[in-house]
Design a protein around this ligand. Sequence first.
Ligand code: NI
Length: 165
Amino acid sequence: MALRNILTKEEPTLYKKCRPVTAFNERLHQLLDDMAETLAQANGVGLAAPQVGVLRRAVLVIETNVPEGESEYIIELVNPEIIERSGVQKGAEGCLSVPGEYGIVERPMHVRVRAQDRFGEWFEVEGEGLTARCFCHEIDHLDGVVFTSRCERMLSEEEIEKGQF
Ligand code: NI
């Protein structure tokens, strides 16, 4: 595994639409493993392939809604698609590609996603709360959408410092 460089918001790559993954090979596995290491290092909750400069439809999301005493785990989503959304949540969101900035974004409270795993097997997964937000945010990246374009407003430095959001 190796750390990959996380692109920041000035990079045009972040605003391009990604192509589907068609080869479920060692190269994809290497990408996903590297993304996991990069995500852990950056202390994030999600990462999309275009953020490391790869214009393919693959993302990682950390499932943080786990029972007490159990570990959070990484969900790998290849060619993901949101097939159900319900409810509404409004809250602060950030992105490893937009360090230090946060904004208020409205997202569904619950989503169901259909995706392939690293071997090409289709599966479905559900997300609630932060995990639903994260699925939406990461899948947006695959269409060249950065969260700042969905923000109702950005938080001020004072709000960020005080944690008032
Ligand atoms: Ni992001």
